[in-house]
Design a protein around this ligand. Structure first.
Ligand code: AAL
Length: 372
C-alpha cells in the first residue's frame, strides 16, 4: 500500500524532542551593585559559584569610550572589551552585588595578554578555582588573532596565577588577501576557528577536561542564520592542558557566547544570538553530538547561570537563575535572569486560564518552590 505522503516540515517535526521539560521562557530583572555606570563597561559574566554561602561572579570590566578602528592611534580603545580586566563580585542573595576585586589584570608589555583579558568563565575543581578567558596582545587590529588563557587560585578572591602560555590559539590556517587591515578579505578562510577562539567554558567530563569555545573564521560569512559563529571543543587529560581540538569540530552550527552545563551523563547547552539553531536548548550525551531539545523565546544574552558542580537531572536546573548582560546602551551592565515555566505549566498542571489565575498561581508557586 502506498505510504501516506508527508511534508518536509512534518518529517522535521518528527525529529524534535516532544519532552516539555526542556521548554521555558525567561524573565530578567535589575540587580544592585553592578548597575549601569557612565564611563564603565561591565559585561560577559561567568557562571555563578556559591562558596560558603556567598555567591561569586567574574566578568569583563573596562573604562572609557570605545572609538573604533581607524583613528591612527594604536593605543586607542577600539571596542568596549578592549583594555579590559577580569573583575570579581560577591553577593549574599544573587540580587545585591558588591564589586570586590580585580581578579586578572593585563600582562606586561609584549606579553600574550598585554592588551586585554576578558570574557571569563570559572570552574571549581579539586579544591581550586580556574578562570578561562580571552586574551588580546597589542597592537589590536581587525586582523588580530585572539586566544584563550587560564589563571588559577586556591581562593575565589585570588591571588590568581596565569599559565605561561595561552591554553588555546586560533587555527590561523586561512590566508589573508591584500595588506589592508580587513578581516573579511581572504584568499582562503581556513577552519571555523581560524581567526579567533572566544567565550571559553571549562567542564570536567568522563575524567577529562572539555574546553568549549566560540570560533570566528577569517573572512567570516553572513548566512541564512546571521553571523556564522560556531562552537568547538578541545579536550585534555590535565586541567592545564595540553588541549586538543575534537575531530568533530565545529560541534554546533550556531551560537555566540557559550552557556553549557553538565546534565545527566552529558552536556546541555543554550545557544543564542547567531545561526539557524540560535535560541535553542540542546543536549549531547557524549558532550559533542548535540541535538535540539527545545526552541526558546527571548533567552538572556551572555548568560552565566548558577553552577552547582553536579550534573543536573532536571535540565532547567542548570539555568534556574544567573546573571547576563545588557550591552544595548553605551555602558554595558549586568542583570539577573530567571527561568520562567509559567506558560508551559498551564498545560502540564492542567490548570487552564479559564479556571482562573488563583488556582494556577498556587500551583506555579508550589512547582517553583520545589525547584529552588
Ligand atoms: C562577547 C563575546 C566576546 C566577544 C565580545 C567580547 O559577547 O562574544 O567577548 O569578543 O563579545
Amino acid at each position: 500500500m502506498a505510504e501516506h505522503p508527508i511534508s518536509a516540515a512534518t518529517r522535521r517535526a518528527a525529529a524534535y524532542s516532544p519532552d516539555p521539560q526542556w521548554f521555558c521562557d525567561f524573565r530578567e530583572e535589575e540587580i544592585s551593585g553592578l548597575v549601569p555606570e557612565p564611563g564603565v563597561h561591565r559585561r560577559d559574566p561567568s557562571s555563578i559559584l556559591k562558596i560558603d554561602g556567598v555567591y561569586h561572579v567574574w566578568y569583563t570590566k573596562s573604562v572609557g569610550d570605545a572609538v573604533g578602528f581607524g583613528t591612527g592611534d594604536p593605543m586607542a580603545k577600539v571596542f568596549p572589551w578592549d583594555w579590559s580586566e577580569v573583575w570579581h563580585a560577591t553577593s549574599s542573595d544573587g540580587q545585591h552585588w558588591t564589586e570586590a576585586d580585580r581578579a586578572v589584570g593585563l600582562g606586561d608589555t609584549g606579553a600574550y595578554d598585554d592588551r586585554s583579558v576578558f570574557t571569563p568563565e570559572v570552574l571549581a575543581h579539586g579544591g581550586r578555582y580556574y578562570l578561562v578567558y580571552q586574551v588580546l596582545q597589542s597592537p589590536y587590529r581587525l586582523r588580530s588573532f585572539e586566544s584563550i588563557a587560564m589563571a588559577s587560585a586556591d581562593d575565589p578572591s585570588g591571588p590568581w596565577t596565569k599559565t605561561p602560555e595561552p591554553l588555546l590559539t586560533p587555527a590561523a590556517n586561512g590566508e589573508w588577501a591584500g595588506d589592508e587591515d580587513d578581516r573579511l578579505a581572504v584568499r582562503s578562510q581556513g577552519d571555523f576557528d581560524s581567526h579567533k577562539v572566544h567565550d571559553p567554558l571549562l567542564l570536567p567530563l568522563n575524567g577529562r577536561f572539555y574546553l568549549y569555545y566560540k570560533g570566528e573564521q577569517m573572512g567570516e560569512r553572513f548566512t541564512s542564520g546571521g553571523r556564522s559563529t560556531k562552537w568547538g571543543v578541545a579536550t585534555a587529560d590535565r586541567i592545564d592542558g595540553p588541549y586538543t581540538r575534537s575531530p568533530l569540530n565545529p560541534i554546533t552550527n550556531s551560537g555566540h557566547e557559550t552557556c553549557l552545563w553538565l546534565h545527566a551523563d552529558g552536556v546541555a547547552a543554550m545557544l543564542t544570538t547567531d545561526g539557524p539553531e540560535r535560541n535553542t536548548l540542546q543536549y549531547a550525551a557524549d558532550g559533542e553530538n548535540f541535538e535540539i531539545q527545545a526552541y526558546i523565546p527571548n533567552p538572556p544574552v551572555a548568560a552565566g547561570p548558577l553552577r552547582t558542580g553536579e550534573p543536573t537531572t532536571v535540565p532547567l536546573d542548570g539555568l534556574r537563575w544567573g546573571l547576563c548582560h545588557d550591552v544595548t546602551g553605551e555602558w554595558g551592565y549586568l542583570k539577573m535572569f530567571h527561568v520562567d515555566e509559567s506558560q508551559k505549566l498551564k498545560y502540564e498542571l492542567g490548570v487552564s486560564p479559564e479556571k482562573g489565575d488563583d488556582a494556577f498561581r498556587a500551583r506555579l508557586a508550589a512547582h517553583e518552590a520545589e525547584r529552588v
